[in-house]
Ligand binder design. Sequence first.
Ligand SMILES: [Fe+2]
Ligand SMILES: [Fe+2]
Length: 193
Amino acid sequence: MLGLKLPTDPRWVNIVEKNIEEILIDHAYCEQKAASTAISLIVSFPEYTELVEEMIALSREEMGHFKMVHDRIITRGIVLGRDRKDEYVVELLKFFPKGGSRTNQLVHRLLYAGLIEARSCERFRLLSEELEDKELAEFYHKLMVSEAGHYTMFLKFARKYGNREEVDKKWEDLLAYEAQIMKNLGKKESIHG
Ligand SMILES: [Fe+2]
Ligand SMILES: [Fe+2]
């Protein structure tokens, strides 16, 4: 699915179901970080007009997602609390060397963002299919559809602004690297854990 090389073990959902509050808090932060990523791309690459336009829309949409999850947190009588370290993202961001040309830096950030969207989408799909709570499963189904659109958008921009062949090769290499990271994950009640 989505080009990902290692699917998540569905037993991850069993871990999640034991601690829905924890997954909601972690998920809320994922949405907030997705909005921040969109804004930071605008700040770093303001001359890419089409990207800026799409990132304006995306930051709004992701904040909308954040609100939806935050509302669920409030309804359950819990408090958002502090952010958790996302080990998956920390490991992922080590892949591309720092620096390089401006275009390369843009392409790398777009590919990272696309991959995080793709993996989130895969996790949401699992939740939508496996959760016992059907209302929550339906919620994750809707989010899954929108994250799939984000993944394709980031990949489209990477191919548009970078050299198509090079971008496709980088994407394949990044997918292979991500599969290695995923071997050790799928054991915690977090969206990427
Ligand atoms: Fe989102
Ligand atoms: Fe997204």
